[in-house]
Design a protein around this ligand. Sequence first.
Ligand code: C2E
Ligand code: CA
Ligand code: CA
Ligand code: CA
Length: 279
Amino acid sequence: AKKSGKNFIQFYTYEMQLEILKRLQIENGLLYSVKNNELYMVYQPMYHCETKALRGFEALARWKYPGIGFVGPSQFIPIAEETGIIVDIGKWIIHEVLTKFMELQRRYQFSTIVSINISVVQMIDSSFVSMIKDVIKETGFDSKYLELEITESVLISYPEQIIDIIKQLRALGIRVALDDFGTGYASLSYLQMLPINVLKIDKSFIDKINIEDSMNQIVEHIINLAHRLGIEVVAEGVEKEEQLNFLLQHGCDYIQGHLLSAPLEDELIINQFLSLQNN
Ligand code: C2E
Ligand code: CA
Ligand code: CA
Ligand code: CA
């Protein structure tokens, strides 16, 4: 292709061609990922800051693409969003997670929160709320243990529509978390308008605790404001003891991060259930 003078591809570098090819390959592979059983979920525990008691788990998607290997969600989720495939994948995820947690609850007689990431494209799909209702009904999962994580960016594009959907979810007894807080454009004052239960402070903020003075103040401020609004705070991506200490000192409710646990593959979360049972 590089030799052909008339071919538009000549304007692309070899690396760019590879990128385009890879992207097409991912797009194509995603179409069959659900049907071919290539997607699976891992679960990262969230813990109470002070007592270290288990709060619940965040479900995170994984894709093993035959012939290509492991593709991370930061790579395939945006492509799934752009192509709209996320609607089907997202539905599979909710069904998979609720089925799994229902099974665990039955087996261990114990219930805990499970949090699922939801993309904007998925959320504004006209059948989103009824789909959730159907899956809850089908699996028998108690909606008060279901939490949905949405990012600030949804609010920029569709503020009224999203607030309405959040209200419908809350009416079903589902918790709603605002994810990656601080990375978007939503200002703190925006929070008052949002009927959310939980705010997750983005890892990029947590990373800078005790490194940038101003960041300590910002994190402290976010925690205080959230609490004043009756919103719980989860700090994500906690990797260091000193970050945990800072968060503990400033009243952060829950933490999630490699310091306490990386995401766990399926059967490993049973140990967490068992340790709860014995408490
Ligand atoms: P996120 O929602 O912010 O999820 C947290 C990410 O941080 C996860 O990456 C998690 O594995 C990682 N993480 C947690 N603790 C630590 C830590 O202490 N250190 C470091 N370095 N990383 C930590 P992951 O699983 O690669 O997911 C990346 C992003 O992909 C997620 O970011 C989320 O936006 C998206 N994603 C993942 N699963 C799903 C899904 O099922 N649906 C949708 N719509 N998006 C998903
Ligand atoms: Ca998340
Ligand atoms: Ca997050
Ligand atoms: Ca993040």
